[in-house]
Design a protein around this ligand. Structure first.
Ligand code: SAM
Ligand code: SF4
Length: 514
């Protein structure tokens, strides 16, 4: 299966399978942890939480799985090829296990949640299976395996946000960090497995988010990306108004939830809870709180959902120069019938209205998107609607995928996966070709302009060049020079571009993000 991504930071192809390194927080227990991550930025952020929990128990991290006592692989289930990648990677650990029979091999994250104890039957090498809400239990689960048993904890939670666990980020560049602001998703897009693998949506206490971002700024970080599956539905109620859920009110979690709602005949919208009351902290409020930490701290966020992005959020972005003019707004399809089948709860016109609002309120805001080709029953004309809305919006970047049926989802239950792979692939190629044209056009228009860039480090190709990102999230490359270094802002005059990179010359160091 072919997926094509024009890279930004949130799903970074070059980071897939990356191992995490942390300093032990307490005295070493003599055991080494190797943890590698796949999928979206949320998983990478979760691996930092996992490593922090185990560092408290004296585990040291290693970047070499051959010397590890515990190997964890944090997995993604979003498409079939993501799962296949993890299964192939598990094969690589077989020899390490033969050499060291005491080695603990664990599978974490979405695939663990989806397959549960079935994973232990399918992959004999695996000792521990742990879902995304059960990481605090890891020390006990490892002990269980040390005692000769296999261990599984895939309980999803209504409350867990790991708010009190401050991830240590030693193998980051010390400049950009991801900060998780919420977990789970209540949206039930019919193609998507996330609501089943990550459970119900819950928001993290804003004070803990601001404290984490301020701490990052104090230790030299200059950009935070606030992460959630649907950041626009972030909502925090003041302590005295927190919902008191009784056992009977608590919805059943996981795949059972969908079956229950379908069996009751209720509309799936019963799962959404977006009413905002006086005193609630909304995403717009949170953005403002984080932006106020310092004008030198750039603030990004991902992902926005077209049905929820409000003008309030747009006005907040426009008000603060350090909130980047960049919105990732996944469209999935440009056709209203397909969007309805996808249960996206907006149509083509709604999406175009949101794009018009962005352009009106935040001139020069870059918009990127996600597109799925060959969803169940999509016709050629409907595919053309996706191409035509791309022409209308002219996205800066896009993540583009062929539809991959995921077991247990609404689409798998209701609709036939009836578009042949060859057609899905051809449509994907058309979408990719169009996006490359648009990305190039967008960047060509920036030649001759000056862009403020946060320097992230040397460029991938040469130590003679620095690489950083513009406010609109485009990679900018320019020669290393006197007077500026990674972690600082610099104005770069853009001289030329490729389809994904701006190339220029730095002309003045700057102190603020804009
Ligand atoms: N919460 C985000 C949103 O609503 O846009 C997206 C999260 S999902 C991890 C990232 C992207 O993966 C989706 O926007 C969608 O384009 C793609 N995706 C999800 N399920 C898919 C599937 N079954 N087949 C192909 N692509 C899929
Ligand atoms: Fe999946 Fe839709 Fe939730 Fe995004 S909003 S995670 S696509 S269910």
């Amino acid at each position: 299966m072919m997926d094509l991504v024009i890279p930004d930071k949130v799903h970074d192809e070059s980071r897939q399978g990356e191992a995490l390194l942390l300093e032990p927080k307490t005295e070493s227990n003599g055991r080494k942890l190797y943890i590698e991550s796949y999928g979206c930025a949320m998983n990478f952020s979760d691996s930092e939480i996992v490593a922090s929990i185990l560092a408290e128990k004296g585990f040291e991290t290693t970047a070499d799985y051959n010397v590890a006592d515990v190997i964890f692989i944090n997995t993604c289930s979003i498409r079939e090829n993501a799962e296949q990648r993890v299964r192939n990677r598990l094969r690589d650990f077989t020899i390490a296990k033969v050499k060291n029979p005491g080695l603990v091999v664990g599978v974490l994250g979405c695939m663990a949640e989806r397959l549960k104890s079935k994973f232990l039957e399918e992959e004999k090498l695996v000792d521990v299976v742990v879902g995304p809400d059960a990481y605090r239990d890891l020390p006990n689960l490892i002990e269980q395996v040390d005692g000769g048993q296999k261990a599984v904890n895939v309980l999803l939670s209504r409350e867990e946000t790991y708010a009190d666990i401050s991830p240590v980020r030693l193998n980051s560049n010390g400049i950009n960090a991801f900060v998780s602001i919420m977990r789970g998703c209540d949206n039930m897009c019919s193609f998507c497995v996330v609501p089943f693998t990550r459970g119900r949506e819950r928001s993290r206490d804003p004070q803990s988010i601001v404290a984490e971002c301020a701490g990052l700024f104090d230790s030299g970080y200059r950009e935070v990306t606030l992460l959630g599956q649907n950041v626009d539905s972030y909502k925090w109620k003041p302590e005295n108004k927190q919902e008191q859920k009784t056992e009977t009110e608590k919805p059943v979690l996981g795949m059972d939830l969908l079956d229950k709602v379908l069996a009751s005949g209720e509309d799936l919208s019963v799962m959404y809870n977006h009413t905002v009351e006086e005193g609630d902290v909304t995403f717009a409020n949170l953005l403002e709180m984080v932006a106020l930490i310092s004008p030198e701290l750039r603030v990004r966020f991902s992902t926005s959902h077209p049905k929820d992005i409000t003008d309030d959020v747009l006005y907040t972005i426009a008000k603060y120069d350090n909130i980047c003019n960049y919105i990732h707004l996944p469209i999935q399809s440009g056709n209203s019938r397909v969007l309805k089948l996808m249960n996206r709860t907006y149509n083509r016109e709604w999406y175009m209205d949101r794009v018009a609002a962005i352009n009106r309120i935040i001139p020069n805001c870059a918009i990127s998107t996600d597109i799925i080709t060959g969803f169940c029953s999509e016709t050629e004309e409907e595919h053309q609607d996706t191409l035509s809305i791309m022409d209308h919006v002219q996205f800066y970047f896009a993540y583009m995928f062929m539809y991959s049926e995921r077991p247990g989802t609404l689409a798998a239950k209701r609709y036939a996966d009836d578009i042949p792979d060859a057609i899905k692939k051809r449509r994907l190629q058309e979408v990719v070709a169009k996006q490359q044209e648009h990305s190039h056009e967008r960047l060509k228009k920036l030649v001759g302009t000056t862009q403020r860039v946060l320097i992230e480090g040397f460029s991938k190709k040469s130590n003679k060049d620095y690489s950083g990102r513009s406010d609109q999230n485009t990679v900018v490359v320019f020669p290393v020079g006197e007077g500026y270094k990674p972690g600082e802002y610099v104005d770069v005059l853009i001289e030329r571009c490729t389809t994904a990179t701006l190339i220029g010359m730095a002309h003045s160091p700057q102190t603020s993000a804009n």
